[in-house]
Design a protein. Structure first.
Length: 313
């Protein structure tokens, strides 16, 4: 354990030294490790208000995608969480992987549609307002098929239905299939998928039975995307948003303190949200620091349309 912590700490310090070296080599601005740390702290403080505004914005959205991935904070295991909406993408680092973090990200007043995988931390949210990720379900069906025998038959049949569903869904997105027609196509497919899951829940193979029973508990959340516009059948949006965080973790072995984790969450929120809105990240950070030097608030991370709505309200 001590060797691991020492390695992580060394890698984290090395990344800061590399940052200082880049500043010197590329911009001609020599920076020590301490100066890099001070700059991070200053940036965190400058970004706190707009990031908090973005977090509050999540609560008012119609659809949110949530996901989480492992992280390290000092010698403790942590998790990097993300909430992706049509307006903002918000990150937090927490020492918990429990449902209270999902509640924190969404806000107490969130009443939209929640798209996630089947992880139990999201089970507190009403099933009628959820969409389970079909990309994860495909993996479940592959695992069922891989057990052979009757499981192979059930898994093959479930995969065939899922692939047909995705074929139709892609046509809906390409606007070559009307949503009303898609809904009519999905009625018998839904019945067949649920019939196969019922068969799997009684097939005599413990793992397959358990998987099918768990899916059936939330069967209503399999089909939300069919009826509700704006809801996707997968949680790929949140998974893609987490990938830069995974690369950051692999490169630096996480963070050494709560303050460092706050810097990571703020920076990832700013970068992802601005990219989502096709705004320039460097220009925003420059404007934010310039505003702080003038004693003014940093620019908002919300789209201009949302800023105008808030001003009118």
């Amino acid at each position: 354990m001590h060797a691991t912590v020492a390695l992580c700490t060394g890698a984290y310090r090395l990344s800061k030294r590399m940052t200082g070296q880049v500043m010197d080599d590329v911009f001609g601005v020599p920076m020590s490790v301490g100066t890099v740390s001070q700059s991070e702290q200053a940036t965190t403080q400058v970004l706190d208000p707009p990031v908090e505004e973005a977090r509050a914005c999540v609560e008012a959205q119609d659809v949110a995608h949530l996901d989480e991935t492992s992280w390290r904070q000092g010698d403790k295991r942590a998790w990097l969480w993300v909430a992706v909406t049509s307006m903002v993408t918000v990150f937090v680092v927490r020492l918990s992987r429990g449902g209270q973090v999902a509640r924190e990200l969404l806000g107490e007043g969130f009443a939209g549609m929640l798209v996630t995988d089947r992880y139990s931390a999201y089970n507190w949210y009403p099933v009628r307002w959820r969409q389970l990720c079909w990309a994860h379900l495909l993996r479940d069906f592959e695992a069922i098929r891989g057990r052979g025998g009757v499981c192979e038959e059930i898994g093959d049949a479930l995969l065939a239905q899922a692939h047909q569903m995705f074929s139709w869904w892609h046509r809906v997105r390409e606007e070559t299939l009307k949503r009303s027609t898609f809904r009519s196509y999905m009625t018998p497919l839904r019945c067949e998928v649920e019939r196969l899951l019922e068969a799997g829940s009684q097939c005599g193979v413990a793992k397959t039975q358990g998987t099918c029973q768990e899916i059936l508990k939330r069967r209503e959340a399999l089909w939300t995307f069919v009826q509700v516009d704006g809801v996707e059948p997968t949680n790929n949006t949140a998974e893609r948003a987490l990938r830069p965080g995974v690369l950051w973790r692999k490169g630096s072995f996480g963070t050494q303190s709560e303050e460092g984790s706050r810097f990571v969450a703020n920076m990832m929120t700013v970068v992802a949200t601005l990219q989502q809105q096709q705004r320039n990240v460097l220009a925003y950070l420059t404007a934010a620091h310039a505003a702080a030097l003038r004693g003014e608030a940093a620019p908002s991370l919300l789209p201009k349309s949302a800023q105008k709505s808030q001003a009118a309200a």
